[in-house]
Design a binder for this molecule. Structure first.
Ligand code: ATP
Length: 240
């Protein structure tokens, strides 16, 4: 069945000047699925997310989201229904926690809906509620990551993309964060696309995993199968 495909990428090529970062990428993401993409530095993971989010121009190929083709040019705002939590979080450090959340709902006119979503984010991350009036720049790294995820949720995206959400976080916080991703996916049916260096956790969490290498998809399969794959164990999971 094709009508439960939320995102469809076909033969995608993306360039930085004369350098080709993505080579003929094709992938399909079903509604409600959790996808993880793992790969070494420079594999093209961030480029793929940016292109889907409309922050980077399509060289050739196509991206279809929710049955509609995405335009190839760069957008000022993220594509409707798609939210990217970028690497390094990029929250507004001079705004409070609450203000950051409100900015995330910029497209929503109803104050009641915004207030309702803030409550949902606070239920998911009680720490943010305690710190609602605190300047975001003074939050810990883990709290800033919670805020970045919360801000994305404020837009009620159909597709939530996370670029290296574990970066710089303590192991216990990383586990908590991935548990929250599963919770978001369950509660809201949000489709999640997670790019991660932490291959073990990323593949444990994913329904489907992709290995990206030098701008190409090298392998694809159920997360649990990839975890058992001897090549992946050696190349990405540090097994000998
Ligand atoms: P990392 O884990 O290090 O962030 P990545 O898998 O996300 O790596 P990308 O950041 O997508 O990889 O980079 C893919 C390729 O594109 C790399 O070779 C990189 O040098 C190149 N690239 C990325 N951004 C630019 C840019 N703004 N200008 C020129 N080349 C770029």
């Amino acid at each position: 069945q094709t009508n439960d495909i939320l995102l469809s990428v076909r033969d995608l090529n993306v360039f930085y000047g004369g350098i080709q970062a993505l080579h003929g990428i094709s992938l399909d993401i079903r509604q409600g699925e959790i996808i993880s993409i793992i790969g070494a530095n420079g594999a093209g993971k961030s480029t793929l997310l940016k292109t889907i989010a409309g922050d980077k121009e399509i060289g050739s190929g196509s991206i279809e989201f929710d049955g509609r083709p995405l335009p190839g040019r760069i957008h000022q705002f993220s594509q409707q229904g798609i939210c990217l939590v970028p690497e390094g979080r990029k929250i507004f450090v001079n705004l409070t926690v609450l203000e950051n959340l409100q900015v995330g709902a910029y497209a929503q006119k109803s104050k009641a809906v915004i207030a309702q979503r803030v409550e949902e984010v606070f239920d998911l991350f009680p720490r943010l509620k305690e710190r609602a009036k605190q300047m975001s720049g003074t939050l810990s790294g883990g709290e800033q990551q919670m805020l970045a995820v919360g801000r994305a949720l404020m837009a009620a995206p159909k597709l939530m993309m996370l670029d290296e959400p574990s970066l710089g976080l303590a192991p216990i916080i990383i586990d908590e964060m991935f548990e929250k991703f599963r919770q978001i996916n369950k509660m809201h049916g949000t489709t999640m696309l997670i790019v991660e260096q932490n291959a073990q956790l990323a593949l444990e969490t994913a329904d489907t995993g992709y290995i990206l290498n030098l701008g190409k998809i090298q392998l694809k399969g159920p997360g649990s199968e990839l975890l058992d794959d001897p090549y992946i164990q050696e190349a990405y999971l540090g097994f000998k």
